[in-house]
Write a protein that binds this ligand. Structure first.
Ligand code: DQA
Length: 142
């Protein structure tokens, strides 16, 4: 089974971006791990990251067309993008929402809402990079 891991804005700087919050693993290392975790679970994983909202919308639309399960960390778009809300609503295969930190426990109030959660089979937050492994395990079980 195929699965896509889609990462939103600023996650391309993982490892260098606020490491006290997001850790020291780079996006390239995260991608490598997701592919390895996936293959151990029998999943053919593809990892993508974009800073451009329309690109993420195109990927989500393609995932809807091709019924591809998605692990989504929409990063800041999580908190306000109704376009991503609408794109997630169209998905037919399972969607897992992932965050490296736990946005609900962070001081900024804007992080306490998610446009993704309503459409997600489950939410995994606050487990660092390991959250992606947990999300892939969820998809492999489903
Ligand atoms: C994040 C949490 C979001 O609030 C933030 O905007 C991000 C990353 C996380 O993985 O913890 O960019 O989604």
């Amino acid at each position: 089974m195929r699965a896509w891991v889609l990462n939103g804005p600023n996650l391309g700087r993982l490892g260098r971006r606020q490491p006290e919050i997001y850790g020291h693993t780079t996006h390239a290392e995260l991608a490598e791990r997701c592919v390895a975790w996936g293959s151990a679970l029998g999943l053919e994983v593809e990892v993508r990251q974009t800073n451009h909202e329309g690109e993420l919308l195109d990927w989500l639309n393609q995932a809807a067309d091709e019924q591809i399960p998605v692990v989504l960390n929409a990063a800041a778009w999580t908190h306000y993008s109704w376009a991503i809300y609408d794109a997630c609503a169209q998905l037919e295969a399972p969607l897992v929402e992932v965050h490296i930190s736990d946005p609900t426990q962070r001081p900024e109030i804007f992080r306490h809402t998610s446009v993704v959660t309503e459409h997600a089979a489950t939410v995994i937050a606050g487990h660092g990079i390991d959250g992606y492994r947990m999300a892939l395990e969820f998809l492999a079980r489903d």
